[in-house]
Design a protein around this ligand. Structure first.
Ligand code: MG
Length: 253
């Protein structure tokens, strides 16, 4: 049987070759040749999801809206407004008013800021340094509008990120799972979709990146079943960032 080989010249065969070929065939892309890596922020760069979910649950509780940690994880990546509308529709059968949205989101932010600053996800700094040495372009693509985290990037990851290579909640109309955040990053990068690797932890983040036609690594850093990330469409799912770091040279070398 003849196999369609659509890897770029000089690409070596690795444990990921079949995932890459599947991705190329499905999207009708000529070849896979990574030039940039798009990183989600929460749960990928920062171990911040515990604080986010606690803050969401507490803020919703204050407004008498039932909301679980699992639900917060499943909603990760949506804009705050969209998460609040979802909870309102389920509880009251309507969208939240602008005032209610502001009230809940500021409660959520207040609780979040009250917790200890989140640590880096273990091994992500090592991974970023490897990627920097490989001279790949690094973007942050986050649904977050949490100023403290966005500003904290430089402190936690010195000389890795640049302001003009970031897409945050402030840059988009539609948050994840819409492809808009990743399409905006793609446009800003000036690259082709087969030149990008996305690193995501959240189901909706993976859906967003896949809808933008990008090769997506799902990294399970939270409380969800690994299967959830597979079902969201991730091209490869990893159990930890340490595993991504260890296997990175199989993807890009
Ligand atoms: Mg995330």
């Amino acid at each position: 049987m003849t196999k369609t080989v659509s890897l770029c010249p000089n690409t070596k065969y690795t444990m990921f070759t079949s995932s890459i070929q599947k991705f190329l065939n499905k999207n009708h892309y000529p070849c896979f040749s990574p030039k940039a890596v798009f990183f989600d922020m929460d749960g990928v760069l920062f171990d911040s999801m515990k604080s986010h979910t606690n803050a969401w649950v507490q803020a919703m509780l204050d407004m008498n809206i039932p909301f679980t940690h699992h639900e917060a994880y499943m909603n990760e990546g949506r804009t705050g407004q969209s998460t609040i509308d979802g909870a309102f529709n389920r509880t009251f059968g309507r969208d939240a008013t602008e005032e209610e949205k502001q009230q809940i989101y500021s409660l959520k932010s207040k609780y979040f800021e009250g917790y200890d600053a989140p640590e880096r996800i273990p091994f992500v700094l090592e991974l970023l340094n490897t990627i920097k040495k490989q001279e790949l372009i690094i973007f942050v693509v986050t649904g977050s509008g949490q100023a403290s985290l966005i500003e904290g990037l430089e402190q936690s990851f010195p000389n890795i990120f640049q302001k003009e290579k970031m897409i945050t909640a402030f840059d988009v109309q539609n948050g994840k799972p819409s492809p808009e955040p990743y399409l905006k990053a793609l446009k800003k990068s000036g690259l082709q979709p087969w030149e990008i690797i996305v690193v995501e932890n959240a189901p909706l983040g993976i859906e967003s990146a896949k809808a933008a036609g990008l090769f997506t690594l799902g990294v399970n850093t939270g409380i969800l079943e690994k299967e959830v990330l597979v079902k969201s469409g991730a091209d490869i799912v990893f159990d930890s960032m340490e595993q991504v770091f260890e296997k990175w040279n199989e993807l890009v070398s």
